[in-house]
Design a protein around this ligand. Sequence first.
Ligand SMILES: Cc1cc2nc3c(=O)[nH]c(=O)nc-3n(C[C@H](O)[C@H](O)[C@H](O)COP(=O)(O)OP(=O)(O)OC[C@H]3O[C@@H](n4cnc5c(N)ncnc54)[C@H](O)[C@@H]3O)c2cc1C
Length: 388
Amino acid sequence: MNFDFTEEQRLFAESVRRFAREHLAAGALKRAHDPHFPFDVAQLMAKQGLLGITLSQSEGGQGGTLMDAVIAIEQVAAVCPRSADVVQFGNFGPIRTFAEYGTAAQKARWLSDLLAGRTVMSLGMTESDAGSAVTDLKTSARLDGSHYVINGSKVFSTFSPEAQIFLIYVRYGPGLGGIGSVLVERGTPGFSIGAPSTFMSGEEWCELAFADCRIPADNVLLGPGGFKKQMAGFNVERLGNTARSLALGRYAFNAARDYASTREQFDRPLCEFQGLQWKFADMAIKLESAQLLLYRAAASADRDLPSAYHTAVAKVACNQTGFEVASEAVQIMGAMGFSRETLVEYCMRRTRGWMIAGGSIEILKNRIAEHVFERRFDQRKRHSAAAE
Ligand SMILES: Cc1cc2nc3c(=O)[nH]c(=O)nc-3n(C[C@H](O)[C@H](O)[C@H](O)COP(=O)(O)OP(=O)(O)OC[C@H]3O[C@@H](n4cnc5c(N)ncnc54)[C@H](O)[C@@H]3O)c2cc1C
């Protein structure tokens, strides 16, 4: 068993780090506090080959692996945490599900703009009454001649204020087998995008409303029965969220380490106090162990689609580690860590959200428990015959 990067991976990591230092270091603080998607960074990354890393070259991608995409997140986030969102968008987000299952015509229409960083795609899965219980979603798609008519609404979609194209989970019919997904363009009649609301992380989202919104039948991404495939694609998205959690935790760790090496109180640098040394030791252990789980999930992915179990274990470990380490880093840096003078408080706020997004920690622990007991635990209330 080899725990080191291959020579190729090492060289790739170095080249991404060089790119990040050269183009992203300046402005990293400002970028973190700007809610707008950094299209300038996306276009730079597109030229550098950092969007579509795992897509084939014939599709405009780089023909790399999921592990390469994880390395890109780590190297970019180490310099500019906010820019790691661009790596997420271009490699892990709905773009990945789209590239996996889209038709040639759909890809010809939208993929090149996405991979060039000219536009972003947003995922509309969650509804006000269907959060963790996502299969309760009600947004419907009804066939009407050569079109589908969409009705319903979505909440919390990342990039929704600026996306041009939306991957929307819909219901064609009852039950799990009735769920699939469609692609809806901004500006389609009957599709309205509400005013932005803001998460604690500073990210904005808009309510998406569909009122008799007609889309061509060609915009179907996955028909009825597509839910399992969507989830296979969504495990990639989860892994990007996992990698960013860990990378932002590490960013905060490094900032706190540098601070503790130079900041003096009681005539000594902070790092000479054992109370703080043990915090660093605990943080290092958490980061190293979560990183191994992340790499296992990425490296053992089948056709770059990671296993649900490996993804769940890695996501819980990295979500918890990222937040706990960033929060400890704030504590170690005192008021400076709590201030917007540094990015440490930003890392804490961002990592907090990923404990909820993309399958909350609790939902993933439910999945892990099912793996442990090799049986399914239905989360729904059992209806007794008498009650019906
Ligand atoms: C930063 C961020 C970005 C997001 N981006 C997107 C996006 O791009 N697209 C999109 O569609 N959605 C997005 N979401 C929404 C996200 O998918 C939901 O927040 C998530 O699925 C949880 O749903 P909920 O918030 O409605 O919480 P609820 O489902 O109401 O859950 C509330 C609490 O109860 C717990 N809980 C629920 N059921 C169980 C159970 N069976 N066992 C144990 N605990 C349980 C949950 O873990 C949670 O702690 C985003 C959310 C955040 C925070």
